[in-house]
Every structure is written in structure tokens, then in C-alpha cells.
Design a protein. Structure first.
Length: 307
């Protein structure tokens, strides 16, 4: 949405989770800046998304073995790794546990181990503010509200271990809610637009929960800026920051902003549904990434989705 974007200060990068929403946008931005970018995917990744990645990015498909991960690092020779791969499940079932542990914890350990055996010493990892869902503002004590968030916290502690016992320099960026073009996820904004287009009524929670909603382009700026801090040596060791919007707003306010920005009308029955178990009513506030601030206002970002 803006040409005034953060310029990468590194030459090469490896991106996990490249077939996802955020990872796909990151790969596209890096490639557009002339950065040698390698996307790490699995055989089960979306064929359509992988095909899109191949238009501008080198794609390496690996299995779940540590050998495959080491081979990928050897092939990519990155200056920095962006670790965005994760399995998200808001409310897990017993049968979801193995995949959550494998994708969020084991993969992180295998990646850090492979980085330690490579010429790369920097990683920017995507965390979630839900790791601190029950913590007071500014309190770094973990208090995950879902098993997903707990596995992300466990992944963070694995990165802590490798940073403490090796030359790994790492930044975790704990993100909130995101939106932007090409978002395939069944999230509130997409459901709202779909419901409005069909002329139906959306049954929603009371809508009083607050959230930070950040445009994907601003989040990508944050990841690249963090990468610059690590590869330039300005940041070293282990750090953790957040990427928040200027102000947390309620879900009701988000809906009203969407209506104004898109000049659309949508029928919403607030309170027709209960809050989800473990719903975060007020988002945890942690230290934001130094030198970064979101540039796209919510109304401008939502309006652009309609263009």
C-alpha cells in the first residue's frame, strides 16, 4: 500500500511457513527487494500456494526429519531465518495434540539445531500475544490461554535454550490479529464481508472484547526490521517484542470501522453467540519492537481491500 517500506539490509533469507498468509507476503516482499529467498515447505503444503511461491522464490520441500532441515539450510545459505511455520487450532481436540506438538515444538527444535550447524546465526520467530493471555500488561510471565499458545510458548523456550548455549541471536515477534489482501482464513472480517454480500445476519458474541488489528504490510515491515537489527549486530542474544496497533479496539468498533471504510452494511446480532472459551477480553501489552510503528490506519487498510 506504500512505497515507503522497510528495506532489507541482508542478502539472503530462509522462510518457514511460506505457504501461509503471513509467510507468503513476507516471501513476496523479500523477493521484490532482490533478496535471495528460500521458502521451506512440506509435501502437504497447498499446491496452489507453493505454485505461487515458485514465481518469485526458491522452494525447498522437506519431510519431518532433522536431516531434511539441515539440507535445506545448506541449500539456502541464508543470512537470516524467518520462522513463521505453525499449526493454529483455537480449541483443540485430543486428536489434535500430536500435530500441535510436532508442528510448533519439534519443528522449532529441528530448525534451531540445523541453524547451529550452519553459517547462519540469526532467527526471527513469529510468536503470539496469546502466550501471555492471562498476564497483566507488561508482565513477561507466560500464561497461555490455549494449547496452541502453550506450544508456541514451548517453542520460545526452545529458542531460549539455543540462544543461551550457542551463538544464535534471536528475536520473537509476538503478533496479534492480522488482516490484508489475499487472506484465506475464516476470520471475523472475511466472515463479515461474506455475510454482508449474501444479505444475511451474522450471529456474533457480545463484541466487547478488545483486539489489536494490524495490516499484513506493517507486520512484514516489523519482521524485516527485526531481521535488520539482528544481521547488523544492533540486536544480539535473545529478545522478544510485540507488533501492536496504535490502540486496541472492541470487535464492535472493528465492525463499525469496516462498515464506514467499505461503505457496506452488514446485519450483526451481537450477543447471539457466547464468547469462546478462553476469550481474551483485553490484549496483553508487551514491549513493542523498537524502531517500528504501523503506518496503515485501520480504515485505510480496510478500504483498500475493496479496491
Amino acid at each position: 500500500m506504500s512505497d515507503d517500506r522497510t528495506v532489507p539490509g541482508f542478502s539472503s533469507a530462509l522462510v518457514t511457513g511460506a505457504s501461509g498468509f503471513l509467510g507468503g507476503h513476507l516471501c513476496a516482499r523479500l523477493a521484490s527487494c532482490g533478496i535471495k529467498t528460500t521458502a521451506l515447505v512440506r509435501p502437504t503444503s497447498s499446491e496452489e500456494n507453493v505454485a505461487q511461491l515458485k514465481n518469485h522464490t526458491s522452494v525447498v520441500s522437506i519431510d519431518d526429519s532433522a536431516t531434511g532441515m539441515s539440507g535445506a539450510l545448506e541449500t539456502a545459505q541464508p543470512d537470516i531465518v524467518f520462522h513463521l511455520a505453525a499449526r493454529y487450532i483455537a480449541q483443540h481436540r485430543p486428536e489434535d495434540i500430536p500435530a500441535l506438538v510436532s508442528d510448533n515444538i519439534e519443528l522449532t527444535a529441528e530448525l534451531c539445531e540445523a541453524i547451529g550447524n550452519s553459517n547462519c546465526s540469526a532467527i526471527v520467530s513469529a510468536g503470539t500475544a496469546w502466550q501471555h493471555a492471562g498476564s497483566p500488561a507488561g508482565d513477561p510471565t507466560p500464561s497461555p490461554n490455549t494449547l496452541y499458545a502453550a506450544t508456541k510458548q514451548a517453542a520460545d523456550e526452545i529458542i531460549d535454550y539455543y540462544a543461551r548455549t550457542s551463538d544464535l541471536n534471536a528475536i520473537t515477534l509476538k503478533i496479534y490479529d492480522s488482516y490484508g489482501p489475499g487472506d484465506p482464513r475464516r476470520k471475523f472480517l472475511n466472515i463479515l464481508a461474506e455475510t454482508a454480500a449474501k444479505g444475511e445476519t451474522l450471529c456474533a458474541s457480545p463484541g466487547d472484547q478488545k483486539l489489536h488489528t494490524v495490516h499484513v504490510d506493517d507486520l512484514i515491515d516489523g519482521f524485516i526490521h527485526a531481521g535488520n537489527l539482528l544481521t547488523s549486530g544492533e540486536a544480539a542474544g535473545r529478545n522478544s517484542f510485540t507488533l501492536p496497533s496504535p490502540e486496541a479496539i472492541t470487535l464492535r468498533d472493528l465492525a463499525d470501522t469496516w462498515k464506514t471504510a467499505t461503505r457496506s452494511d452488514a446485519s450483526i446480532e451481537w450477543g447471539a453467540m457466547p464468547h469462546r472459551p478462553g476469550e481474551v477480553m483485553t490484549p496483553w501489552e508487551g514491549p513493542p519492537l523498537p524502531g517500528w510503528t504501523p503506518r496503515i490506519t485501520l480504515e485505510d487498510g480496510l478500504r483498500a481491500l475493496q479496491l
